[in-house]
Design a protein around this ligand. Sequence first.
Ligand code: CO
Length: 358
Amino acid sequence: MAPAPELAVGMMDGRDATKVMTIEASKNMAVIDMHSHFFPAMDAAYRARAEVEGLPWIRDTGGGKGFIMQGGTEFRPVDDVLWDPARRVEALDAQGIDLQILCATPIMFGYGRPAAEARDLAQRFNDEALAFCGYAPHRMKALAQVPLQDIDMACAEVSRAMATGHLGVQIGNHMGMRNLDDEGLLTFLAHCAEVGAAVLIHPWDMMARERMPKYMLPWLVAMPAETQLSILSLILSGAFERLPKSLRICFGHGGGSFAFLLGRVENAWKYRDIVRADCPRPPSTYVDRFFVDSAVFDPRALSLLIDVMGEDRVLLGSDHPFPLGEQDIGSLVLGHEGLSGAQKAKILSGNAKAFLNL
Ligand code: CO
């Protein structure tokens, strides 16, 4: 289940001069970016062990550059914005971001490892996340990771994480063959609701990779499909009928294909009993049960997303600092001519406050 190495791709530069317009425009509006990633530098002992045992780690190659490594293999070239909290805050300043929510880079999940080992890694990375955010506690807050292959351990770790200062948890959108409608994963989601943990669902371990060796197709095709699969797993299984309404759950990457394909799902639900089998109400009636981020990169797509989800259900998420994230964070929302000031304020921060219970 280990992610395949990626081809070299450039990181975004948080100091890009084109940010000026966004900063000017956002001066009077609070901006919370609820989808970003970090990777702790870790100590020399961990790095040495990681190289031998195939664990993920950061190799700092100097000059602000480095690699996410998996064991001895280069997985992804990255900038120090990913692992250095001082550099991250500089980037937030340059981007005009008031508060950024950090979570693990999915290669850190350890879902393919023995559960106890993944639990130990999660605890360590979660504590490192708090230390990272501690550099500027009003600018950065964290979502935890959990050993999702063992639901009891995952519940215990999210409880521990909430007690130590995390705002919630990020999980991968599936656990091997188990989608989000898996009973164990539903138990975990219900537990998150109980302990007040916000849940970010992040696509990972993309489907059909063997058919997508080129052009970053796993990002472009499989990521939106994974997210769509996860949302429909919860809706069509009737899981939202059983999960507590207090569950705060958000799907990254604009909810993938969901908004554009909801009509297709609704039509199928209407005309085919096998689609309706476990889902008592029209799929469109469940959009008030989850959030999506705004990472859709096109004003027409954002318009549709807000139209489908409602203006209270879309929140700014950039996927910073990775190269397919929004480079000028918030510019899509701020520059959208069809949105009122009040709508922009909701998407840029108000909805994130509701999702994160801030
Ligand atoms: Co992401």
